[in-house]
Design a protein around this ligand. Structure first.
Ligand code: PEP
Ligand code: MG
Length: 573
């Protein structure tokens, strides 16, 4: 029997195929005592688990396909090294003997002790090592408990064409799965602007989030139809549904190939006003799509993906090489590099590491706050961007600014770096522009002050909506409250645009709102002339821009017409 499940469609397209379920069970580690005469057997059981873990990792290492990034290789090498370290091999054996406890418990105790040591380290890089300890410990624990590694973590696993279904997928997971060529994603949790959703859109694969309890009705290898526009999954579809959806899939392809013909056409309204359509990029390899879809540049390069699935953060040289390559691919198109925006929902390991619970991570040490606290993390990136600016048009963009002191500190650091480079006669673009993302209501309200310190502003509507409405962008239980057209949000966007114009600086929108056709006329009517979006949306948005006049857009943005275009009653606008 066909079952229909409903969630939030976050990336368009139709996928038809078998499902692969990613289940990340919380391991239930319990303590029990071992009789004295069985202690040697327990130690043997532990040794076998370590040997098997090593063999598993070696097998993965040997079968890494060529297309897999070098980062993943390094990641596995580090874990292999750890599996040979006495701290993880001999110490648990000593604990088994001393406490007469089971191997799982001894390993847990040793893991907790190691993590405490890492937590106490001052060095942020070393502190991240505890994630690796957890990864390795988890692999041994799974073997002790007779559980298998997760499929998508095995590079040789054949997942191409599968629809991946999970309770939740972290950005780090999605990066790994990208290597498998999966056809679509679906998750039980998550909201429309969660990073998994954004990544799915940028990969151009259909995705649905917020399918609450869907895993109760789906089992491995079930046949599914996933409709990313309507947010529907059909489990075990009958032949009528299959034939209808195959037809729709063909129609979709035809529509997109028609849109593809707009690639070299200008993005101008019917009355000749040019609207710059730029791309948001997550992964360095996505830069080729920027050129393919005819984007006029990159308005947001999210650099945190350079930090994911690896042991230590990239150094200055690695940043420099990455940015230089991108500049080369863009061949003269402008590139806005956003500095590191880690924290909250963007964790290097997808947030799987244990450690002290952080309350309200979205209000905590993330983005520019983290960077200013950890100059050793931030400085190499700034220096690399400044050095790379000599190769092409580059701008620096600072995320999540909430007060003017942060801007002053960043500007000071940039000045210091420039002086250093001058002394060493290292070239850079002396006109390099520094801009800020307006994502926090405090920054929006004071946009006029920010505009006097910066060269451009970019409105990050994903976070601006979250912080303005106090609605967690990744929480499916409140996703109905997450709305770009709440009067509070529109008022702030209007203020930011007016303040930027008043001070004669550029202002753009780079949040997901700029990728959504229903908001484009509103944003243009509010005064936006540059939109940065997920690359697959550029042809459709261009088609839209080319079929309206600025006056049409102005009418949409006039408050008395708001209702007709957004379905929202503008009581307080
Ligand atoms: C935003 O907040 O709108 C934004 C573009 O940044 P991110 O989605 O990466 O937080
Ligand atoms: Mg943001």
């Amino acid at each position: 029997m066909t079952i229909a499940l409903h969630g939030v469609g976050v990336s368009r397209g139709i996928a038809i195929g078998k499902v692969h379920i990613v289940k990340r069970d919380q391991l239930d580690i319990r303590e029990y005592s071992i009789k004295q005469h069985l202690i040697d057997d327990e130690i043997k059981r532990f040794e076998n688990a370590v040997t098997n873990a090593r063999q598993q990792l070696r097998a993965i290492r040997e079968h890494i396909p060529e297309s897999t990034s070098a980062d993943i290789e390094e990641f596995i090498d580090t874990h292999l090294l750890m599996l040979g370290d006495v701290a993880l091999t001999e110490e648990p054996m000593r604990l088994i003997k001393e406490l007469a406890c089971n191997a799982e418990w001894a390993l847990k105790l040793q893991r907790d002790a190691l993590v405490t040591v890492f937590d106490e380290m001052d060095d942020a890089y070393l502190r991240t090592r505890k994630d690796d300890v957890d990864y390795v410990v988890n692999r041994i624990q799974r073997l002790l408990l007779n559980q298998t590694p997760l499929q998508h973590e095995k590079p040789d696993q054949k997942l191409a064409g599968y629809i991946v279904m999970a309770n939740d997928l972290t950005p780090a997971d999605t990066v790994l799965m990208q290597h498998h060529g999966i056809a679509a994603f679906a998750t039980e949790s998550g909201g429309p602007t969660s990073h998994t959703a954004i990544l799915a859109r940028s990969l151009g694969i259909p995705a649905i989030v917020g399918l609450q309890n869907a895993l109760r009705y789906i089992k491995e290898d079930d046949e599914l139809i996933l409709d990313g526009v309507r947010g529907i999954i059909l489990v075990d579809p009958d032949r009528y549904a299959l034939s209808d959806y195959r037809h729709l899939q063909k129609e979709e392809k035809r529509y997109y190939s028609k849109l593809g013909k707009l690639k070299n056409k200008p993005s101008i309204t019917l009355d000749g006003i040019s609207i710059d359509l730029q791309a948001n990029i997550e992964l360095p390899k996505d830069f080729e799509t920027v050129v393919e879809v005819g984007a006029q540049g990159v308005g947001l390069y999210r650099t945190e993906f350079l930090y994911m699935n690896r042991e230590s953060p990239p150094d200055e040289e690695e940043h420099y090489v990455a940015y230089t390559k991108v500049i080369e691919v863009l061949n003269g198109l402008p590139l806005t590099i956003r500095t590191l925006d880690l924290g909250a929902d963007k964790q290097v390991d997808g947030g799987r590491q244990s450690g002290p619970v952080i309350n309200n991570p979205a209000l905590g040490l993330r983005a520019i706050r983290l960077c200013l606290k950890e100059p050793a993390l931030f400085r190499p990136q700034l220096r690399a961007i400044i050095r790379a600016s000599v190769h092409g048009p580059v701008r620096i963009m600072i995320p999540m600014l909430s007060n003017i002191h942060e801007i002053q500190q960043v500007l000071q650091m940039i000045e210091d770096i420039k002086k250093e480079l001058d002394v060493l006669a290292i070239p850079y673009d002396h006109e390099l522009q520094i801009g800020g993302m307006i994502e926090v209501p405090a920054a929006a309200v004071c946009a006029d002050i920010f505009a006097q310190q910066l060269d451009f502003l970019s409105i990050g509507t994903n976070d601006l909506i979250q912080y303005t409405l106090a609605v967690d962008r990744g929480n499916e239980h409140v996703s109905a409250l997450y709305s770009a057209v709440e009067p509070a949000v529109i008022r702030l966007i209007r203020t930011i645009i007016q303040d930027a114009h008043r001070h004669g600086i550029d202002v753009s929108v780079c949040g997901e709102m700029a990728s959504e056709p229903e908001y484009i006329m509103l944003l243009v009517g509010l005064g936006i002339r540059t939109l940065s979006m997920t690359p697959p949306m550029i042809p459709e948005i261009k088609q839209m821009i080319r079929s309206v006049t600025i006056e049409d857009c102005n009418i949409v943005a006039r408050k008395d017409n708001f209702f007709f275009t957004t379905g929202f009653i503008p009581i307080l606008l």
